[in-house]
Design a protein around this ligand. Structure first.
Ligand SMILES: *[C@@H]1O[C@H](CO)[C@@H](O)[C@H](O)[C@H]1NC(C)=O
Ligand SMILES: *[C@@H]1O[C@H](CO)[C@@H](O)[C@H](O)[C@H]1NC(C)=O
Ligand SMILES: *[C@@H]1O[C@H](CO)[C@@H](O)[C@H](O)[C@H]1NC(C)=O
Ligand SMILES: *[C@@H]1O[C@H](CO)[C@@H](O)[C@H](O)[C@H]1NC(C)=O
Length: 410
């Protein structure tokens, strides 16, 4: 009401304006009457307006009639009542939803009280502006994600690697040494996402920061180590091949000049991809199973969105080195020996530089990296054990005999 008072005192009446004033008053009265008559009926029938609101509106119109308002202020007033009406309408509908409570069991767990179409259950790493229209924030929506787990020592190597990934990639760095701003000397670092947590492993970060719902915008996700030579690698070309050959889980072939643990990940000359291999005698009981097929290593894997959704769930929170994961990836795609493979024509070199491994702690006087290696082996055994007992439990609950074991390294 104080606003109305101000307006009123601002109006100066002069005799030569009497005619105009009369017209104004007349228009005002007619208009006010019209609204006064139509408004309460409207609100009462449509929204059952709380009675406390109606007298205050009527009162204001009585005041209107007794004072000389310009038509403009009258309009303003009418406008503000519309807004008020709107407000009470929303308050009313809020009340309605309070009594007919929303409960949608098919909503994500914990979000059952929300109307389904407001739920945003997936996200991305797209950077947005602080100003302007949200719909115009993104000039490009990267379709792929690449993550590197890095220490500043590998700065040059990572810079070279990042340059092999086009603008279609979101770049996400996991820093295990706590150094992040040091990377800003590279232009790309300013548009990269930096996550810092000291002395953690790639799979620790992956479990915590790459939830499938968070990376749902990306067709493919590269989860790479920091010590890979990428001279003969181009990410866009790689994606083309992966799509062409239907690889849900893949890795680039590894330079065969280096000592390799597995035949499968060795690069083959003159091929685009391969999906199977021969191993040492006795290593593969089944040619369709690891390490002869359905197998890539954990240093440079590439996952499709769907495959990652499964693999993420298999990551154990405490088994941070990921050992054993390579043999279990096949559980996430079907048929695994067709959807897991190695891309030969885009290949990498494994440089095997001492990195995170050297940041372990010396236990019992042993070199730090020895302690790390020991834990890797322990985790491998634990993972195998958990998988075996989980599987057994599943078949027992189902009341059927598990399929026979298929190979010594399952
Ligand atoms: C009143 O609400 C309706 C929808 O609820 C909206 O379209 C309209 O613009 C609102 N009017 C005002 C004056 O805020
Ligand atoms: C909402 O409902 C409560 C009780 O059911 C009532 O006291 C209150 O006035 C209502 N509020 C509105 C804005 O309708
Ligand atoms: C990004 O993706 C689009 C669509 O697949 C493609 O046309 C474009 O060439 C890609 N950009 C680069 C730099 O390769
Ligand atoms: C599984 O092993 C049992 C005995 O070890 C054998 O009798 C059975 O035929 C095997 N089943 C399959 C599907 O290989």
């Amino acid at each position: 009401m104080s606003k109305l008072g101000n307006l009123r005192s601002g109006v100066v009446r002069k005799p030569n304006e009497t005619m105009r004033l009369l017209v104004t008053i007349f228009v005002g009265v007619v208009f006010g009457f019209f609204i006064g008559v139509s408004f309460p009926t409207l609100t009462l029938t449509r929204f059952n307006l709380p009675s406390s609101l109606i007298p205050s509106i009527d009162l204001s119109y009585i005041e209107d009639r007794n004072s000389a308002f310009s038509t403009q202020s009258l309009w303003q007033h009418a406008w503000s009542s519309v807004i008020r009406q709107n407000r009470s309408q929303t308050a009313e509908s809020r009340n309605l939803t309070d009594t007919t409570k929303i409960w949608v069991p098919t909503n994500p767990r914990g979000a059952e009280r929300l109307p389904p179409s407001i739920i945003a259950s997936e996200s991305d790493f797209y950077l947005r502006r602080l100003w302007g229209k949200p719909s115009e924030d993104l000039t490009i929506k990267p379709k792929y994600l690449v993550t590197f787990t890095v220490g500043l020592n590998q700065k040059e190597n990572i810079d070279a690697a990042v340059k092999k990934f086009s603008d279609n990639f979101t770049i996400l760095l996991f820093h295990y040494d706590g150094l992040t701003t040091e990377w800003d000397e590279f232009e790309w670092s300013k548009r990269a996402i930096h996550v810092s947590a000291r002395k953690q492993t790639k799979w620790w970060y992956a479990k915590r920061f790459l939830h499938p719902d968070i990376v749902a915008s990306y067709d493919y996700i590269f989860i790479w180590d920091e010590d890979l030579g990428v001279e003969h690698f181009d990410a866009e070309e790689y994606i083309k091949l992966v799509r062409k050959h239907g690889l849900e889980i893949s890795q680039p072939g590894v330079d065969p000049d280096r000592a390799l643990t597995w035949q499968m990940t060795k690069r083959r000359d003159g091929r685009e991809v391969h999906k199977e291999t021969k191993e040492k005698p006795g290593w593969c009981a089944n040619p369709h199973l690891p390490p002869c097929a359905a197998f890539v290593e954990i240093m440079a894997p590439v996952f499709s969105r769907e495959a990652w959704r499964c693999v993420w769930h298999m990551l154990q929170n405490d088994l941070v080195h990921g050992w054993g994961l390579d043999f279990a990836l096949r559980r996430c795609v079907e048929p695994a020996h067709e959807k897991i493979g190695v891309v030969d024509s885009q290949w990498i070199v494994h440089q095997s530089v001492p990195s995170l491994g050297t940041q372990g702690q010396s236990v019992d006087g042993k070199a730090p990296w020895l302690g790390v290696r020991e834990r890797c082996r322990k985790e491998w055994t634990m993972f195998q054990g958990r998988m075996a007992s989980a599987e057994k439990k599943y078949y027992i609950e189902l009341g059927i005999n598990p399929p026979n074991a298929t190979g010594r390294l399952q």
